[in-house]
Design a protein around this ligand. Structure first.
Ligand code: PTJ
Length: 270
């Protein structure tokens, strides 16, 4: 934490505390400088969806968890932003779903890899893939630094979770036969529209819910998990998310005073 001394009754306290984590992550080499900008973009979309987990997102979370539990070789990809926001949750989800964590950075620097590895270990991770001393493979369709993956991790995976992602990787992963799950506040991003399952939510809210559902659903029969996945359509999920934003904006555009009322009632609400 950066010690900003955010007053307990500040109406935007939660949002400022999340920012604080990202800023601290940046000063510890975990978050790339561009990660600060990515966070700001996320905040804007979070504002538009109402800064809460919608029913639409919760349904996508169940599908994401069912896909992870059905996978032969699931992997959770870790970048600087998710590592700074939800390190403990990454480790817990990884343990419950038997999906190893793999560091995969767009803005690669050795110091960042080391800092992220250290943060994951402090959060309880015993094994982390994707580090410079691990066996590597290449995703041929990709030209960015993300092309280098762990051959025992993303290289061999059937399902890959890519939370809070830049837009270059999902299509490439799909081109080599991987199923892609993402958590992205922007339902119109490249990653969101090319993924198989898009959770339109903030990682700080989505990850704890994924953990809860993974614990609950772990004992479900395979057939039941398959049905959850088969009945899902990601395009519909995205349309509903975009519609939700539109409906919210339409409501507010008709009567802006609603905003004032909401702000008076809810502390830390939009
Ligand atoms: O750590 P690195 O080097 O791998 O780089 C990571 C970043 C995030 C900098 C890199 O992947 C990047 O530039 O991402 P983009 O292109 O800015 O995309 C990030 C996406 O995540 C955008 O669609 C944001 O709206 C979304 N986003 C930002 N914060 C959150 C989020 N989605 C969910 N939860 C958030 N907290």
């Amino acid at each position: 934490m950066v010690n900003l001394e955010i007053p307990a009754d500040h109406p935007r306290r939660i949002s400022l505390e999340i920012r604080d984590k990202i800023i601290a992550g940046h000063s510890e080499n975990i978050v790339a400088t561009a990660g600060l900008l990515a966070h700001g973009r996320g905040e804007a979309f979070d504002y538009l969806i109402g800064e809460k987990t919608t029913e639409i997102a919760e349904n996508a979370i169940k599908v994401a968890v069912a896909s992870l539990l059905l996978a032969q070789h699931p992997v959770i990809s870790v970048n600087g932003n998710v590592c700074s926001l939800v390190p403990k949750e990454l480790v817990e989800l990884s343990k419950i779903t038997n999906a190893p964590l793999e560091i995969n950075l767009f803005y690669y620097r050795r110091e960042r890899e080391d800092a992220i590895l250290q943060a994951l270990k402090s959060a309880g991770a015993s094994k982390v893939l994707g580090t410079h001393n691990r066996p590597s493979a290449t995703i041929p369709e990709l030209s960015s630094n993300r092309r280098k993956v762990d051959s025992e991790g993303i290289g061999a995976a059937d399902v890959v979770v890519v939370p809070l992602e830049d837009g270059d990787r999902t299509e490439a992963l799909k081109a080599i036969g991987k199923k892609v799950i993402t958590i992205d506040l922007n339902p119109m991003s490249r990653t969101a529209v090319f993924a198989d399952v898009t959770v339109v939510d903030n990682v700080v809210r989505a990850m704890p819910l994924m953990i809860r559902y993974a614990s609950e659903m772990k004992s479900k029969p395979t057939d039941e998990l398959r049905k959850i996945v088969e009945n899902y359509n990601n395009d519909e999920n995205l349309s509903k998310s975009i519609h939700l934003i539109r409906a919210r904006l339409e409501e507010l555009s008709r009567d802006v005073s609603v905003l004032r009322k909401k702000k008076k009632v809810g502390r830390n609400k939009s």
